[in-house]
Write a protein that binds this ligand. Structure first.
Ligand code: IPM
Ligand code: MG
Length: 375
């Protein structure tokens, strides 16, 4: 922790690395920063926002998608707020220079952000946006995907092409430690919600999955109040659209979580609404939250960048998660979440969530409407 972040008696002060990134990233992040600063003055804490370059924007400015300075800024802060990275302009660069592989994955790995929380919550006001029929999705669908984020096939070695160019390999490897710590996150999340945890694997085929399932059964003994089920990933993909309400918390490895969280997001019908948190090891220093990086699930949407029409709500809700998980400012977080629900109830919509033919507001107006409803 830096000097800036240490709190003096009675005054709470935090620093947040602000990584706008590419496309609509800077616009939605700016809105979330504005909302957070309003909360800070309302609830009596100070936020030091420290901007840093990432993604294609960083590549354009300094020739690398993840400058060392950005990484050190993140390390010095209590949390990171990220917009989005990537865009067609960078798709043909070598992998190490591409925003996704060259910035996002190393950010997660270097910062030790192994636990990715992806809540998929259907706001009642947006029920008609769901890709599923109302009788299947129900009122108030609310599930949480807990995805392992720094292991598995994304990072295992060997990885690459054979010398003769005739084959390619990626390796899925997991250590006991990696599996245990993400399972604990899953069990703890379930314990605070409806006490149901579904662990998803491919234990009928993969050794890493059989290892995962074995460890999961062991860890379960420490959470007697949580009802644990196991499900194969192909079945889970099917059950999510057949009967999503059977799930509360899903815990799974990196690639399964990548795929299932995209699927879960569509149950809510509005990608523009979904936040995410990527967390590291829980802080042992009493009172302090867990270091984390917070970002909307939607991408950089280069087609609408700079037009002032992007939906800032996913990033604003991500900022609420930041306040809760990393700063311990729960009241401010709840205030933001309530304000967002109220704005939707009042009928305000950005273009992406507006019904066909209905009128919509831009990024700034949506942001101001949220601020106006903070208590
Ligand atoms: C996500 C994305 C990333 C992932 C890509 C952009 C590397 O799909 O955050 O879900 O696969 O993790
Ligand atoms: Mg993904």
């Amino acid at each position: 922790m830096t000097e800036q972040t240490s709190s003096v008696a009675g005054s709470r002060s935090y620093s947040v690395a602000v990584l706008g990134g590419d496309g609509i990233g800077p616009e939605v992040v700016q809105a979330a920063v504005k909302v957070s600063q309003h909360c800070a003055s309302k609830y009596g804490f100070t936020l030091h926002m420290r901007p840093a370059l990432v993604g294609g924007a960083a590549y354009d400015a300094v020739g690398t998608p993840l400058p060392a300075e950005t990484l050190s800024t993140c390390r010095e802060c209590d949390a990171v707020l990220l917009g989005a990275v990537g865009g067609p302009k960078y798709d043909t660069l070598p992998p190490a220079l591409r925003p996704e592989v060259g910035a996002l994955l190393p950010l997660r790995k270097e910062l030790g952000l192994f636990a990715n929380l992806r809540p998929a919550r259907l706001f009642p006001a947006l029920a008609s946006a769901s890709a599923l029929r109302a009788d299947i999705v129900g009122a108030g669908l609310d599930l949480l995907v807990v995805r392992e984020l720094t292991g598995g096939i994304y990072f295992g070695s060997p990885k690459g092409r054979s010398a003769d160019g005739l084959s390619a390999v990626d390796t899925c490897t997991y250590s006991r430690t990696e599996i245990e710590r993400i399972l604990h996150v899953g069990f703890r999340a379930a314990a605070q919600r409806s006490r149901r945890l579904c662990s998803v694997d491919k234990a009928n085929v993969l050794e890493s999955s059989r290892f995962w399932r074995e460890i999961c059964n062991e860890v379960a003994a420490q959470y007697p109040d949580v009802a644990l089920t196991h499900m194969l990933v192909d079945n889970c993909a099917m059950q999510l659209v057949r009967d999503p309400r059977q799930f509360d918390v899903i815990v799974t490895e990196n690639m399964f979580g990548d795929i299932l969280s995209d699927e879960a997001s569509m149950l809510t019908g509005s990608l523009g609404m979904l936040p995410s948190a990527s967390l590291g090891e829980a802080s042992s220093a009493g009172g302090r939250g867990t270091f984390g990086m917070y970002e909307p699930v939607h991408g950089s949407a280069p087609d609408i960048a700079g037009k002032g029409i992007a939906n800032p709500l996913a990033t604003i809700i991500s900022a609420a998660m930041l306040l809760r998980h990393s700063l311990g400012e729960d009241r401010a977080a709840e205030d933001i979440e309530r304000a967002v629900a109220e704005v939707l109830d009042a009928g305000l919509r950005t273009a992406d969530i507006a019904a066909a033919g209905a009128s919509s507001v831009g990024t700034d107006a949506m942001c101001e409407a949220v601020i106006a409803r903070l208590s």
